[in-house]
Design a protein around this ligand. Structure first.
Ligand SMILES: *Cc1c(COP(=O)(O)O)cnc(C)c1O
Length: 350
């Protein structure tokens, strides 16, 4: 009962049909048509058990990202892969490090395996590698961080990550959660870090840029010995044939992914500028959302209420230590224009 239940983004406003949901970092363009077609085609074989080794999906991921398929493990969302990692490498009496504004699943996973989550402070909403290294004890087993981070959208430099992984060597595992990696042009999501350090695990998801959050597929990449361990915790039939077929088609549809990355970058930058122009704080985001920072919690609450009155749902992030913030998913052009119009009226600017 010490576990704080995960709170997902709201999705409805009583009495409104035209709700614009910008609270869960979903893809405004949906998913690839090819992914949807593959999912529907898989319905012909619902009476068959799925394959247990995820071979075709792992080979597709390997091909697209230039990775060894034998070092990939697939899960029911990256959440499940993160859970395997906590289960395998931490337990009662151990410590798992997360950061001040880190993803709220990490402390949940720590508690679930009986470990103690240790929260390390950030610097101006950026992960502080030195603070993490200073917090490592003999009990530390895992460090969880998302890069780009959620809900801040900030990134850790490659040099800092390298230093962190090296500093944790022989002491703890570094889990590099790359849920938003595809939104960063040219970023490998932590694959290079995995190759350079034997204590790094990278996790990725189909929920964000691939627009398959409803289907629940994620994956992890690490050295072979780690993958062999995680596969032993995995239920053999954790992914259905429909999930695997859709994910394989999605990752092969590079054209769709590229278009989503480009549109996101364009409207993310437009949103950031518009917020700053109306006097709302906004760090440069590397993900598919921006964190709008108002004067204080009260103003953020009032802005949230003004948005709700207009049918727009965003995410309050008080639970992430950011009571003055609203996390806004980057929508399509119409969504971005609609939210900025409401916020401009709220701020009394035009
Ligand atoms: C959305 C998100 C995930 C993805 O979770 P899934 O279980 O793959 O849907 C993972 N990590 C972070 C930080 C996220 O924001």
């Amino acid at each position: 009962m010490d576990i704080a239940l995960y709170v997902s983004g709201e999705s409805a406003i009583a009495g409104r049909a035209d709700v614009l949901k910008l609270s869960s970092n979903e893809n405004p363009y949906g998913c690839s048509d090819k992914a949807r077609a593959a999912y529907l085609a898989a319905a012909a074989d619902l009476h068959r058990y799925p394959n247990t080794d995820h071979g075709a999906l792992r080979r597709a991921i390997g091909e697209i990202h230039g990775l060894d398929p034998d070092r990939i493990v697939c899960g029911v969302g990256s959440d499940e892969v993160l859970q395997f990692i906590a289960q395998a490498y931490a337990g009662t009496g151990d410590e798992i490090i997360t950061t001040e504004h880190g993803f709220s699943m990490y402390p949940i996973l720590a508690h679930a395996v009986g470990a103690t989550p240790v929260t390390v402070g950030e610097r101006e909403r950026c992960i502080d590698v030195d603070a993490i290294l200073a917090a490592v004890t003999d009990k530390t087993r895992i460090v969880f961080l998302a890069n780009p981070a959620n809900p801040t959208g900030t990134m850790v430099s490659e040099a800092d990550l390298d230093r962190l992984a090296a500093g944790l060597k022989g002491r703890a595992l570094l889990v590099h959660d790359g849920a938003y990696a595809e939104f960063v042009d040219g970023f490998d999501g932590g694959a290079g870090l995995v190759e350079a350090h034997d204590n790094v695990i990278m996790t990725r998801t189909f929920s964000k840029i691939h627009g398959l959050g409803g289907l629940r597929i994620g994956w992890g990449y690490a050295r072979r010995e780690v993958i062999d361990v995680l596969n032993r915790l995995r239920q053999p039939f954790n992914l259905s044939q429909g999930q695997m077929a859709a994910a394989e088609a999605a990752i092969r549809d590079v054209e769709f992914t590229t278009r989503c990355r480009e549109e996101n970058a364009r409207w993310r930058s437009w949103l950031t500028d518009a917020l700053r122009q109306m006097g709302v704080g906004c760090d440069e985001s590397h993900a598919n959302f921006v964190l709008a920072r108002f004067a204080d919690a009260e103003e953020a609450g009032a802005a949230d209420a003004a948005l709700k009155a207009d049918g727009i749902i965003v995410r309050r992030v008080t639970g992430y230590g950011l009571p003055e913030g609203l996390r806004i998913t980057v929508g399509d052009e119409a969504a971005c224009r609609r939210i900025i119009a409401v916020l401009a009226a709220f701020k009394g600017v035009r």
